[in-house]
Each structure stands twice: as C-alpha cells, then as structure tokens.
Design a protein around this ligand. Structure first.
Ligand SMILES: *[C@@H]1O[C@H](CO)[C@@H](O)[C@H](O)[C@H]1NC(C)=O
Ligand SMILES: *[C@@H]1O[C@H](CO)[C@@H](O)[C@H](O)[C@H]1NC(C)=O
Ligand SMILES: *[C@@H]1O[C@H](CO)[C@@H](O)[C@H](O)[C@H]1NC(C)=O
Ligand SMILES: *[C@@H]1O[C@H](CO)[C@@H](O)[C@H](O)[C@H]1NC(C)=O
Ligand SMILES: *[C@@H]1O[C@H](CO)[C@@H](O)[C@H](O)[C@H]1NC(C)=O
Ligand SMILES: *[C@@H]1O[C@H](CO)[C@@H](O)[C@H](O)[C@H]1NC(C)=O
Ligand SMILES: *[C@@H]1O[C@H](CO)[C@@H](O)[C@H](O)[C@H]1NC(C)=O
Ligand SMILES: *[C@@H]1O[C@H](CO)[C@@H](O)[C@H](O)[C@H]1NC(C)=O
Ligand SMILES: *[C@@H]1O[C@H](CO)[C@@H](O)[C@H](O)[C@H]1NC(C)=O
Ligand SMILES: *[C@@H]1O[C@H](CO)[C@@H](O)[C@H](O)[C@H]1NC(C)=O
Ligand SMILES: *[C@@H]1O[C@H](CO)[C@@H](O)[C@H](O)[C@H]1NC(C)=O
Length: 392
C-alpha cells in the first residue's frame, strides 16, 4: 500500500533551513533524509482522516521537521505491524484482541482519538428517498441480513416504515431485498454484529465477528467501496459500511433504532453521549471487550466504532523521535484535528474521552519531555499542545 503524505517539495525554502536550524523549525521544507520519520499503519476507513491529520501536522509551525508516512493496510494488519515493530504506532477502528493484547511483549497504550459511525444504506426508489428516511430496528435488520426477511413489503418492515405503504408509485409487491455482505475482516461488520447481538432480542444468531458469514443468495464483496458500488448500481439493495464510504456513495443512510427506542441518523445524533455513564478502560488495560454499541440516550446513534491509537508506553529508546511522536499524538487530540473530524464522517471525542486520551498521551515516557509538554503537563481540554518541536 502507498503511504499518503502531504509534504512540501524538498527544495522549497531549503535556503532558509540553514539559517533557522537552531530555532523552532517553523519555516522551510522537510528534507526526508534529515527529518524525523515516524511510521504509522492502520485502518482503511480512517485513511483520509489520519493521512490528512499527520500531513497537516507536518505543515504546522510547531511540528515541522517530521516525516509521517501512514500506511492504510487495514486495522488488523496495522496492529500486527505495530506489534512486530514495523510501525511505531497504529490507528484503527477496533481495539486489540485479547490474544494480541496478551502477546505484546512490552507495555503498550490504547488511546481513542475519535468515534466512527457505521451506516446501513438501502437503494430504494427516488420517490421514497425524496421525502422519506428508511427506519430500521435491530430485530428487523438482523432478519434481513440473515435472510429471514426477503422482500421489501414484509410486514415487519412496513410496521416501522408506514410511509412505504403510502408511497406513489408503490414499490411492487414481493420486490426482493438484494443484500450485500462483506467477506473480508472489517470493523463495520464487528460493530454491526455487536449491535444486532445486543439489541435484536435474540433474532441475530450469527455472533459477533469482524468476518460475518452470509446467507445463501447474498452478494458478497470485499471492501467498503465495493459495498457502496454494489448499492449504487443495484435497485432495492441494502448493505452496511463505514459512514465515510457511505457518504461518498451519496445514498442516504437509514435511521437506526437506539436503546431508547428512537430512530436516529448518525448526522443527527448527539456524539457527546449526554447522560451516559461510559467506563473507559485504563490505556494499559485489555480493551478487547470495549465498545460503544447500543448505548442509552434518546439521541444516541447505536452502531459506532472507536478509532484507537496504539503506541508503546516507553519511547525513551527512540530519543528525540519518541518525544516528537508523543507531540504528534497531542496534535491528533488538539483542536485542529478534532475540529476536522466531522468532515471525514468521524466524530470528535467528548470531554470525558478527550481528558482520558490526553492523560494517556501525557503518560508516554520520553526523554526531555519538559521541552515538549510545558508547564502544567496536561493541556486544558481542547487547547493546542505547545510543543515547539526542535529540528536539530
Ligand atoms: C487538514 O487541513 C486542511 C486544510 O486546512 C483541512 O481542510 C482539513 O480538514 C485538515 N484535516 C485534518 C484531519 O486535520
Ligand atoms: C509485520 O507485520 C506486517 C503487517 O502484518 C507484515 O506485513 C510484515 O511482514 C511483518 N514483519 C515482520 C518482520 O514480521
Ligand atoms: C413520512 O412521511 C411524512 C409526510 O411526507 C414525512 O413528514 C415524514 O418525515 C416521513 N417519515 C419518515 C420516517 O421518513
Ligand atoms: C433466520 O435465519 C437464521 C440464519 O439463516 C436461521 O438460523 C434462523 O433459524 C432463522 N430464523 C427464523 C425465525 O426463521
Ligand atoms: C423479545 O423476545 C421475547 C421472546 O420471543 C418476546 O416475548 C418479547 O416480546 C420480545 N421483546 C421485544 C422488545 O421485542
Ligand atoms: C468469526 O468468524 C471466523 C471466520 O468465519 C470463525 O472462524 C470464528 O469462529 C467466528 N467467531 C465467532 C465468535 O463467531
Ligand atoms: C473490490 O472488488 C474487487 C473484485 O473482487 C477486488 O479486486 C478489489 O480489491 C475490491 N476493492 C476493495 C477496495 O476491496
Ligand atoms: C448534546 O447534548 C449536550 C448535553 O445535553 C448538549 O449541550 C448539546 O447541545 C447536544 N448537542 C447536540 C448536537 O444535540
Ligand atoms: C458509572 O459506572 C461506574 C462503573 O460501571 C460506577 O462505579 C459509577 O458509580 C457510575 N456513575 C454514575 C454517575 O452512574
Ligand atoms: C460491548 O460492551 C458491553 C457493555 O460493556 C458488553 O456487555 C459486551 O460484552 C461488549 N461486547 C463485546 C463483543 O465485547
Ligand atoms: C481526567 O483524567 C484523569 C486521569 O485519568 C482523571 O483522574 C480525572 O478524574 C479526569 N477528569 C475528568 C473531568 O474526567
């Protein structure tokens, strides 16, 4: 896979570099050979968000002098690459499994950086989409994806979508539901199946898995963009994918019934999870059971992944690179990246998570941390890190 990285061209501003080499490296270009390289790997659904975030970091006056390639190999491969020391960090949309957590031979941290909705998209008629939103409960969704419900006029679908019965022109009786599934391991399947396992009142019998078995007759593809391609070209189809791939397809997402019984679209949800008591594991703990699926609250969206950063706890051995790496993680939690999240169909951390994640980043051991994290160590919530990264 190709790393996406926005860098200035090597010659731009090179003349300046000599003059400012002992100053904060806020001007001039990055010469890859002389800059600090910090390699990351991770999830394809986060490709643009993380690549742009680390690309922007290298353009930020405080973080210049860094070269930050991010390889979008998939969450699982990113985690493996981190565990075998190919990558200095990984960012993906599910936590380490218990097995991988136990197999890590060194202290590692898992640190949330954003939330990612998973959507269910159906391609119904233009007349339907013009003035209606498809509403789906977990039991009905489970039955559709298991093949228990096979037509759009099934009474269970009509019961929660009364507008379908009034539609002009109507969807013809007995119109088949064209379900698309994914055969590759993916975080959307994981969150989707967790929701169905938790909320479908026993209807879902296929378990919680990143690789979901599909019923006979279901179209099977690999990759979120192939799901949306299929949905776009297939009338009366339905599938699930990460919200970023869904948005690109320009097909409307369904409103999903949450724990409080309300139908909510992710764009209308409240991502601060108001009134919800979430237990955030310690950064050094096993996160394998952690999920934000089917949380209570009238405005809570029920199917959501957490974008999790994986890093070593002790970066002293990487010397200045380690301190720079810690600074970049601070940047990911700062207002520039958190404020940009929504344009990538990611949602910024609420204050509870932001506080926990900033504390986790601050606990990373580096040399000369005082040069990078000043005064009171923990920045105020939402305040930029004042890192003054020195390029020397
Ligand atoms: C990166 O910077 C561009 C230009 O300012 C901005 O539009 C985009 O949202 C930023 N992305 C991230 C992830 O910070
Ligand atoms: C480390 O893991 C990555 C991702 O799974 C893999 O491509 C690479 O070959 C592995 N490297 C080593 C040295 O095991
Ligand atoms: C059902 O139709 C009414 C009238 O067009 C509309 O106001 C309402 O938003 C529709 N409901 C849904 C869930 O789309
Ligand atoms: C629904 O489909 C699943 C999987 O194909 C099957 O195991 C289950 O028995 C079906 N449930 C009903 C009520 O038909
Ligand atoms: C859940 O399933 C049980 C047993 O089939 C049924 O009695 C109950 O009404 C269902 N609850 C809901 C909320 O659908
Ligand atoms: C998940 O799927 C894999 C591959 O299909 C299968 O081997 C495994 O048993 C499944 N795990 C669960 C918990 O269903
Ligand atoms: C889409 O499907 C094709 C054919 O199966 C496959 O070669 C390609 O890798 C898939 N794309 C993605 C993004 O997974
Ligand atoms: C989310 O809930 C909080 C707390 O009730 C409220 O202050 C905020 O305005 C809500 N945001 C949205 C988008 O509804
Ligand atoms: C939140 O949950 C934790 C553990 O589940 C519990 O100890 C704590 O009392 C709860 N706090 C509130 C305000 O409900
Ligand atoms: C998701 O979280 C809930 C609540 O903490 C827990 O009961 C459930 O087991 C978790 N699911 C998985 C698959 O770990
Ligand atoms: C912020 O995080 C620290 C360290 O985890 C914790 O002690 C403190 O209670 C948290 N504060 C809030 C407001 O959550």
């Amino acid at each position: 896979m190709k790393a996406r990285q926005r860098q200035l061209r090597p010659l731009e501003g090179l003349w300046l570099a000599a003059a400012v080499v002992l100053l904060v490296a806020s001007v001039g270009a990055v010469d890859k050979d002389k800059s600090y390289t910090i390699v990351g790997g991770g999830g394809t659904a986060l490709r643009d968000f993380v690549s742009d975030a680390v690309g922007n970091a290298t353009q930020d006056a405080n973080y210049k002098g860094l070269y930050l390639p991010f390889y979008t190999v998939g969450t699982g491969a990113g985690q493996q690459g981190f565990l075998n020391n190919t990558y200095q960090y990984a960012i993906g949309d599910f936590p380490l499994s218990k097995k991988d957590y136990d197999s890590a031979q060194r202290p590692i941290l898992q640190i949330p950086i954003s939330f990612g909705p998973v959507v269910i998209i159906a391609n119904l008629t233009p007349e339907f989409h013009a003035s209606n939103t498809l509403q789906l409960s977990a039991p009905v969704t489970a039955a559709i994806f298991q093949g228990n419900i096979t037509t759009w006029d099934d009474p269970a679908i009509l019961a929660i979508n009364p507008n379908l019965t009034k539609l002009q022109p109507p969807i013809p009786a007995g119109t088949k539901i064209n379900v698309v599934g994914r055969s590759d391991s993916n975080a959307a399947a994981y969150a989707f199946s967790q929701w169905l396992a938790q909320a479908s009142n026993g209807t879902w019998v296929l378990g919680v898995n990143k690789t979901l078995p599909t019923s006979p007759g279901v179209k099977v593809v690999t990759g979120g963009s192939n799901v949306t391609n299929y949905l776009l070209k297939t009338p009366f189809s339905i599938g699930y994918t990460d919200a970023y791939a869904g948005k690109k397809a320009k097909l409307p997402d369904a409103a999903l019934q949450n724990e409080a019984g309300k139908f909510v679209r992710y764009s209308k949800a409240n991502w601060t999870f108001p009134g919800v008591n979430i237990t955030i594991p310690a950064p050094t703990a096993d996160w394998s059971k952690f999920n934000l699926t089917n949380l209570p609250g009238d405005k809570t969206y029920p199917v959501v992944t957490t974008s999790i950063l994986l890093t070593n706890n002790d970066l002293t051995g990487r010397e200045t690179r380690g301190a720079a790496q810690k600074a970049v993680f601070g940047y990911l939690l700062g207002p520039a990246v958190q404020g940009a999240a929504r344009s990538y169909e990611q949602f910024p951390l609420n204050n509870q998570f932001l506080n926990a994640s900033l504390s986790a980043v601050n606990s990373i051991q580096v040399i000369e941390s005082k040069d990078f994290f000043q005064a009171d160590q923990l920045p105020k919530l939402g305040a930029p890190y004042n890192v003054n990264f020195q390029y020397n």
